[in-house]
Each structure stands twice: as C-alpha cells, then as structure tokens.
Design a protein around this ligand. Sequence first.
Ligand code: FMN
Length: 174
Amino acid sequence: MKNIGIFYWPIKGNVETVAKKIKEIYGADEVDIIDLSKAEPKHLFHYKNLILGCSTVGSESWEDATDDNVWYQFLHKMEDDKVDLNGKNLAIYGLGDQMRYPYNFVDGMERVFSHIVNHNINHIAQWPNEGLTFKESLALHDDKFRGLAIDLDNDEDEADATITKWVEMIKKEI
Ligand SMILES: Cc1cc2nc3c(=O)[nH]c(=O)nc-3n(C[C@H](O)[C@H](O)[C@H](O)COP(=O)(O)O)c2cc1C
C-alpha cells in the first residue's frame, strides 16, 4: 500500500501539474497520482492518506454542473455507495485565478469538500489565508482555506515553494 493517493481532475491542466509536483516533492515511491475519470470510489481504500485535487472553472453550483463534470459524478457515486473512509487523513487542493475571479476564488474546492466531509474523514492541511489577493471564497472558513489554494495563472514563480510548504504541513499532520 502506498502512503498517499492523489485523486485529481481535470487532467492535462494546472491541477495535474500540481499533482505531479506534489509527487515529485513527496517522493515518487510514496505517492500515486490517479486520474479521477479512471477511478472508482473503492480505489480510495488503496491508500492510507488521500489528497484530492480540483479547480474552479465557472462559478456554477453543482446543480448546474454538466454531466461531464467528473468530480460531480464521483462524489455522487460515493454517496450512493455510502463510502466510509473511516478516519483516513484527507487533504485537498484547489486551483483558481484570484485576479480574474476575485469573488469566486477556488470555490470549487468547497464544492468538493462539502461532499467529502460526510464520509468520515480526518481533515488535514488547511491552508492559511496569506499572500493572496481576492475578495471572496466559499472555501475560506475562519481565515483558513479547506486546503491549499493555489493560483498558477498569477503566482507560477512561487508555486514550487508554496507546494513544498504544503507538503511539509501534510508530513507533520499524518
Ligand atoms: C471558464 C473559466 C472559468 C473560471 N472560473 C473560475 C472561478 O470561478 N474561480 C477561480 O478561482 N478560478 C476560475 N478559473 C480559473 C481556473 O480555475 C484556473 O485557471 C485553473 O488553474 C485551471 O486549472 P485546470 O486547467 O487544471 O482546470 C476559471 C477558468 C476558466 C477557463
């Protein structure tokens, strides 16, 4: 059993870039990265610790999400299957663009989190609200994000340092 499974979607964009970076920083032999569109809820049980990766593309609610939204489908499958993650450590990261979408920054992270939190997880690695410029985010609670809020569109130069800091946080909490 590998230590960490990173389940992410969409593929081929910034969410995937961050998944690969986490794997590189953490150590390839400890981490698998899994395209969510090829996964089923039972695959979550292959890992002691879980990281979920998502982005915000449009500020639509789940109710308006299109059928091709893989996170929406996966989370509903988990609900149907009554998946019990039994205290597994779970961290989440979300991509967003603070300049173009300052009122909906990384909202998608909250949408995913609001489902996964119902599956008996141990939520780790919340991210402090520091160094970002935005107005509102659904994913911000008590001045902490549900997980790593990262903006590769505007802060690419800092990305490696930011991800490294988050990985250190995860290591301390698991
Ligand atoms: C049509 C569209 C809508 C977007 N809406 C939001 C948004 O509401 N909030 C936000 O923080 N970022 C928003 N973004 C920015 C993306 O989340 C950001 O570019 C992210 O890095 C995309 O990652 P991905 O290519 O892996 O999906 C939007 C991008 C696009 C193209």
